[in-house]
Write a new protein. Structure first.
Length: 568
């Protein structure tokens, strides 16, 4: 005998009414009490029946396989129902994290703007991270009307020093954390963690950091210390040099050459639209991992625990940043994914939007309590994303056939109503808002630059620190001759002179050498002042392209060799 066989019609109505929260008001509680006492006169019976069947009738007539949510209290309009009524939740629900899955054009950025305008007056700081576009800058005009100054930080306008110890964090603790962060971001071998941590600790002692000095060493100093450390493990040392050099060349002195730069606790009290679209992926990783980790570590050091959300962080189209493949390829996992489950207790609300569940790190759905699905491209996508919030097959099929831009299925993190529901977001009219130019964006951060930042002197224009002032610059090294070069070096130099500014990998074929030889010769030719490397955004999957420019020393070496052969 099934459980329902021993229940009558009224019992089933009461069960359904409790599920739909139809007995939560004063009169409903009295009806439920009378039912429990078995006082079932016609008035009680009809009141219970009318109350519950009314909801069931609305459900059947709506054509939606979703019930209308009981979300009537809060300071955030989560969305609107079919009849235009608002669904309200407390902003603090977002402290538990939010994941949105929706394809291109589904309205992800529009929804984020709709929430940002509401959240801004209720938090101390907000970071809107745009990894691919520059749309959040439009909110500067809107938030200004609310008295909120949204600053636009373009990728190459950051002023940071990853070795600067965050507020209240002990230098020794930070040396370990930032070393592990660099190992993960740069995907270095495990042995490199010890090398980096040891080098950072030595630099801290040299600069008096353990004695209270705030003259922090720069990441350029770290690069130089490891480059000149001949006692270090050769494989770990070379791996650090190669990977770190790319970051230094890409970001340069403008971003990283500061003894004291912007601090994470300073930025946590700001409203920022962070635009990183033009940076190589490794540079995006470094900036964002440092930003999140520094603020998280500072809050832990201050003893902050189970605090209400006062910093909202939103990642727009963070597919690659929270990639499962990225975790598999890395020997150490994804640093920021590991932190995603820890930031909630410190008052940092993390919201993430992705285009697809394909390649999404497995931890992210588990670490975010609020779930949202927008228009996707396939039934498989709806099925995977739908299972995150417990959609049944009927609801998944409905989403597949009815989802349009601006329409979403959602499930909120807390409260009594945890069932999924359908809601709509109004379109943000961008045409009526004046655009924000790059010049205005850069002016918006001038007060950050006016703070307690201390630039560091970098000896050469490329951003790689040269420790000795009397060392010659690249343009002065013109005494290298072909006799001083090995045959492989000369072949590579000649290829660069004959075909300048090509992607470095092209010179394997042009010089007739192996890729391994090319990798070995690259730092040698740079150190000898024969070539200069330029980094630019690559055309394939956002990779950085290294292009080589022949310097005067290279041209003279090739020219002298040509003249000598002609004389013979």
């Amino acid at each position: 005998m099934g459980d329902k066989d021993i229940l009558n019609e009224l019992d089933l109505l009461v069960i359904e009414g409790q599920r739909l929260e139809r007995f939560d008001d004063f009169f409903g509680q009295r009806l439920l009490k009378l039912y429990q006492l078995k006082i079932l006169d016609p008035f009680v019976y009809s009141s219970i029946k009318d109350r519950v069947e009314g909801d069931i009738r609305k459900y059947l007539l709506s054509g939606l396989p979703f019930y209308h949510p009981r979300l009537r209290q809060g300071n955030l309009v989560f969305g609107f129902g079919q009849d235009g009524s608002p669904y309200l939740i407390p902003i603090q629900y977002l402290n538990a994290g939010c994941l949105e899955v929706a394809g291109t054009g589904a309205g992800k950025t529009n929804r984020a703007m709709f929430y940002a305008i509401q959240i801004a007056p209720h938090v101390q700081g907000m970071w809107l991270v745009d990894l691919r576009k520059a749309e959040f800058r439009l909110l500067r005009r809107v938030l200004a009307k609310k008295g909120i100054d949204l600053k636009i930080v373009r990728g190459r306008k950051f002023r940071i020093n990853p070795l600067q110890v965050p507020y209240q964090v002990h230098p020794e603790s930070w040396a370990s954390q930032i070393a592990d962060c660099l190992v993960r971001v740069l995907n270095l071998p495990p042995r490199a963690s010890i090398l980096l941590q040891t080098a950072i600790m030595k630099l801290y002692r040299q600069h008096g950091i353990f004695n209270g000095s705030q003259n922090y060493p720069t990441i350029f100093s770290l690069f130089e210390a490891i480059r000149t450390d001949r006692t270090a493990n050769p494989q770990a040392r070379q791996a650090v040099i190669d990977s770190l050099e790319l970051v230094l060349l890409s970001l340069g002195a403008e971003v990283l050459a500061y003894h004291r730069g912007w601090t994470a606790d300073q930025l946590a009290k700001q409203f920022l639209a962070i635009e990183l679209s033009m940076l190589p992926e490794v540079c995006k990783d470094l900036i964002l991992n440092w930003l999140i980790m520094a603020e998280f570590s500072s809050r832990i050091a201050q003893g902050i625990s189970n605090q209400a959300m006062n910093l909202w962080v939103y990642f727009d189209e963070g597919q690659r940043f929270f990639s499962q493949r990225k975790e598999v390829q890395s020997q150490h996992g994804n640093a920021i994914t590991d932190q995603a489950g820890l930031v909630r207790g410190t008052g940092i609300g993390l919201s993430i939007s992705v285009l697809s569940t394909n390649d999404l790190a497995n931890q992210i759905p588990n670490l975010t309590s609020t779930k949202i699905i927008g228009r996707c491209g396939s039934l498989a996508e709806y099925t995977t994303a739908g299972h995150f919030m417990g959609l049944n097959q009927e609801q998944i099929n409905w989403c597949m056939h009815h989802m349009v831009p601006g329409l979403f299925a959602g499930q909120v993190a807390e409260g009594k109503w945890r069932y999924p529901f359908i809601f709509a977001i109004p379109l943000f009219n961008k045409s009526q808002i004046d655009t924000v130019t790059d010049e205005e964006a850069d002016r918006s951060i001038e007060d950050l630059d006016a703070g307690d930042i201390v630039p560091a002197a970098i000896a050469n224009r490329d951003g790689i620190e040269i420790p000795h002032e009397d060392q010659k610059t690249d343009t002065q090294k013109t005494s290298v001759t072909s006799e001083e070069l090995t045959p492989a070096e000369f072949k590579l130099v000649s290829a660069v002179v004959e075909s300048p500014m090509r992607v470095s990998s092209d010179y394997v074929k042009l010089a007739g050498i192996s890729p391994n030889t090319l990798r070995k010769l690259r730092p040698i030719l740079i150190e000898k002042g024969l070539i200069k490397e330029h980094c630019s955004e690559g055309s394939v999957r956002g990779r950085t392209a290294r292009r080589w420019e022949p310097l005067d020393a290279a041209r003279l070496a090739v020219e002298k060799s040509t003249n000598n052969r002609s004389k013979k």
